[in-house]
Ligand binder design. Structure first.
Ligand code: TYM
Length: 338
């Protein structure tokens, strides 16, 4: 048995265009986990600048992600919402992890390969070392559970490897926990509305590929109407969806939003044309996302409140991380004033 207290940590990058994938894969789970865990939810602004961000837009996007957490139902008093750069432990521990993780481990990260593309030489060093910072985010608090979408599971595996190597190298068994991923059964991998084989992403140049959390009802209706499908009606079993990625994605979104399994959605819609199904999906999406979008808008009109939440959260996060960092420095052999 691990000696570590259950604690949830997760992060979202403030890089604009928060979308349905972020909500169904991660943020919705943040809200649920508050019932059973102490939770820290972080707006990872230091991760965001691994790719160029306009400073003014970064500030705005940071407030927007914090607003989305609150609007979706995270309680910033009972739990902690903060931005990464306000707590020095993230950068401090990331440096130590830069010296623990191996280049070979980072070379295997598929997200780096995707984001750096064909011009790797021009990618920032930060983009390459990104997963080490993510491991630091989690382990600076000795967090044990990490709600994420499927695209982040490789990074979480790396965080586990780093924790283990640190514990072994320094001869401190169980110093850091092995954090576990928490994935949503439906929603862990929401795909583009334009291509069912590509994940829904903030950086897709086509806005029609994703439903943004602040889209209004008309925009949601238009995007679902224009979503790619195939000419067949909906089948009766999940097996028949395997070769139909767009249909499978829309059924998955419906299942996630209505908190059922894909099989149950198919029972209801087997034999239906997409036009009918899309109408129902639009209603469901508007009903679930409309109130969140409206609340985000209200919060974005009050930047002082949102920044107050971030500052208060950062102070409370610092109070958890600081004593852990003192232990880390001691284990590593750094001299510090006592
Ligand atoms: P980010 O900002 O890209 O995404 C935030 C969360 O949304 C999930 N997600 C999706 N889930 C389902 N379907 C999709 N299409 C989809 N797109 C995104 C992501 O899996 C993620 O959970 N590296 C992280 C941020 C991070 C972090 C951390 C997460 C930094 N430090 C520590 C957990 C713990 C990222 O870039 O997420």
């Amino acid at each position: 048995m691990s000696r570590h207290k259950p604690l949830v940590f997760s992060g979202v990058q403030p890089t604009g265009n928060l979308h349905l994938g972020n909500y169904l894969g991660a943020i919705r789970n943040f809200v649920r986990l508050q019932q059973s865990y102490s939770c820290l939810y972080c707006v990872v602004d230091m991760h965001a600048i691994t790719i160029w961000q306009e400073p003014q837009e970064l500030r705005n996007a940071t407030r927007e992600v914090a607003s989305a957490f609150i609007a979706a139902g995270v309680d910033p008093k009972a739990h902690i919402i903060f931005n990464q750069s306000q707590v020095a432990a993230h950068a401090e521990l990331a440096w130590i992890f830069n010296c623990v993780a191996r280049i070979g481990w980072l070379n295997r990260m598929t997200q780096f390969k995707d984001k750096a593309g064909s011009n790797r030489e021009k990618a920032s060093v930060g983009l390459y070392a990104y997963p080490n910072l993510m491991a630091a985010d989690i382990l600076a608090y000795r967090a044990t559970h990490v709600p994420i979408g499927e695209d982040q599971t490789q990074h979480l595996e790396l965080a586990r490897d780093i924790a283990q190597k640190f514990n072994t190298d320094f001869g401190v068994p169980d110093f850091f926990p092995q954090p576990e991923a928490l994935l949503q059964p439906e929603g862990a991998r929401i795909m583009s509305l334009k291509d069912g084989t590509k994940k829904m992403s903030k950086s897709d140049p086509s806005d029609l590929s994703r439903i943004n959390l602040n889209d209004d009802a008309d925009a949601i209706a238009k995007k679902i109407r224009k979503a790619r499908t195939d000419p067949e009606p909906l089948p009766a079993t999940g097996k028949e969806l395997e070769s139909r990625p767009e249909a499978r994605n829309l059924v998955g979104i419906y299942a996630a939003l209505s908190d059922t399994a894909a099989g149950e959605v198919l029972q209801e819609f087997a034999g239906s044309e997409f036009s009918r199904f899309k109408g129902r999906l639009t209603d469901l999406c508007v009903a679930k996302l409309g109130p969140i979008g409206a609340e985000m808008k209200r919060l974005m009109a009050d930047p002082a409140y949102v920044e107050g939440v971030l500052a208060d959260g950062a102070a409370r996060a610092h109070a958890i991380a600081a004593p852990i960092m003192t232990e880390v420095y001691d284990v590593v052999g750094f001299i510090r004033a006592r």
